[in-house]
Design a protein. Structure first.
Length: 325
C-alpha cells in the first residue's frame, strides 16, 4: 500500500510528536508543511523530509497530498480547515475543533457541499479503551447509571505559550475540559441542563467546575484546571449495580469494571495507546481511502454538539475571546 501523504499546517510540539510516530510506522509521509515562522517550518520540513511552504495557499495547492492535518492553536483551526476544504482537501483537525459552534457548523456545511472528509482529532475516541467503557455502559453492565465524575487537573499553563494566551483561544475549556465533556456526551448524550463556574484570569479560564444533568437524572461533575494537579485525571461512573473507573481516561489503555465486592474485570488494550498517534492516523487514512466523509470514531454530530455545550459554558462563565489573532 502506498504511504498516505499528509500536509501539516502547524509544526509545533504536537506536530513533532505525531510526525515522529507516523513516519516511523512506515504507513505515512508528510509531503508538505506550513506554519507562520518560516525558519521553524523549514527545520520541521528538513527533519521529516517534507517540502516547506511559505503560505498555506501554496501548501494546499499541492497536488501530491491526500489530506491536511491542522495542528495550530485553536484560534487558527477554522481559518485553515475552511481554506483546505475550499481547496478540495480532506481535513483532520485537532481538538478543540473550532472556537465556537457556528464555525464547526460552517465547516460541516462546506465539507458536505464539496463531499470531503472532515473529522476532529479527538484522540480519546480513536482509543479501544474509551470504546470499551461505552460498550459496558450500553450493555448496562453496571445497571442504571446514577452519576459520573471526571477530574482533569494538569498544570499545563506553562506547557506552551498558546495555553495561556487569550488571543490564541487558550485556557482550560478548549484545551483540556473538552475531553471530559466529550466523554460524558459520548456516554450519556446531550445534557438537559448545564451549570458551570470558572476562575478567569488574564482573559482565560484557568479552572472550572461543571455539572451536567442528562436523561433519567444522570448527573456528571467535571472539575478541570490548568494551574494545579490536585485531582489529577480520573473518571468514575456509578450505577445501580457497580462502577467503572479509569485513570488518565482521555488517553487510557485501562479501565476497571466492578460489580459487587469480588467481581472485578480489568480491560487493557493490546496497544500502548497512551502517547501513540499511529492508530489514529492509520484509521483516518483508511477511512479517507474508503471514501467516507466523516469518521466512524468521531462523528461530526458529536463534534458539533460538544462545541454547542462549550458555547453554553462560555456564556455562563463569561468567557469571551474578543481579540483573537
Ligand atoms: N491530541 C493530543 O494529544 C493533543 C496534545 C497536545 C495538543 N493538542 C492540540 O494540538 C494543537 C496544537 O498544539 P501544540 O501544543 O502543538 O501547539 P504549539 O506547540 O504552540 O504549536 C502550534 C504550531 O502552530 C503554528 N501556528 C500558530 N499560529 C499559527 C497561525 N496563525 N498560522 C499558522 N501556523 C500557526 C505555530 O507556529 P509558530 O511557531 O510560527 O508560532 C506552531 O508550529 C492544539 O489544537 C492543541 O489543543 C492535542
Amino acid at each position: 500500500m502506498d504511504k498516505f501523504r499528509w500536509c501539516f499546517i502547524g509544526t509545533g510540539r504536537l506536530a513533532n510528536q505525531v510526525a515522529k510516530q507516523i513516519l516511523d510506522s512506515g504507513n505515512h509521509e508528510i509531503t508538505v508543511c506550513f506554519s507562520r515562522n518560516e525558519e521553524r517550518c523549514k527545520e520541521f520540513a528538513k527533519q521529516y523530509h517534507a517540502r516547506s511552504c511559505v503560505s498555506s495557499e501554496e501548501a494546499l495547492r499541492s497536488g501530491d497530498i491526500d489530506a491536511v492535518y491542522i495542528v495550530t492553536p485553536h484560534n487558527a483551526h477554522f481559518r485553515y480547515a475552511k481554506q483546505a476544504l475550499e481547496a478540495g482537501k480532506p481535513v483532520f483537525c485537532e481538538k478543540a475543533f473550532t472556537v465556537s459552534a457556528w464555525e464547526t457548523e460552517e465547516l460541516i456545511r462546506i465539507a458536505r457541499q464539496n463531499r470531503l472528509y472532515l473529522a476532529e482529532a479527538m484522540w480519546t475516541w480513536f482509543s479501544p479503551c474509551a470504546n470499551q467503557v461505552k460498550k459496558w455502559i450500553d450493555e448496562k453492565q453496571i445497571g442504571e447509571i446514577r452519576n459520573a465524575s471526571f477530574t482533569y487537573h494538569m498544570k499545563s499553563i506553562g506547557y506552551a505559550p498558546r495555553v495561556s494566551d487569550p488571543k490564541r483561544a487558550g485556557g482550560a475549556l478548549l484545551d483540556i475540559t473538552v475531553y471530559p465533556i466529550t466523554y460524558a456526551y459520548r456516554l450519556f448524550g446531550y445534557p438537559k441542563k448545564i451549570e458551570s463556574n470558572a476562575v478567569l484570569k488574564n482573559g482565560i479560564d484557568v479552572s472550572e467546575e461543571i455539572v451536567m444533568t442528562f436523561e433519567k437524572g444522570i448527573k456528571t461533575t467535571i472539575s478541570a484546571s490548568i494551574v494545579d494537579m490536585k485531582g489529577l485525571e480520573k473518571m468514575k461512573i456509578s450505577g445501580s449495580e457497580g462502577s467503572i473507573s479509569s485513570s488518565f481516561y482521555h488517553a487510557s489503555t485501562k479501565a476497571i469494571l466492578r460489580k459487587g465486592l469480588l467481581d472485578r474485570q480489568t480491560y487493557k488494550s493490546g496497544n500502548q495507546l497512551f502517547n501513540s498517534y499511529v492508530d489514529e492516523f492509520d484509521t483516518v487514512a483508511s477511512e479517507i481511502r474508503e471514501g467516507l466523509l466523516e469518521s466512524r470514531m468521531v462523528p461530526l454530530g458529536s463534534t458539533l454538539d460538544v462545541m454547542r455545550i462549550m458555547d453554553e459554558i462560555r456564556k455562563q462563565i463569561g468567557l469571551e475571546y474578543n481579540d483573537l489573532e
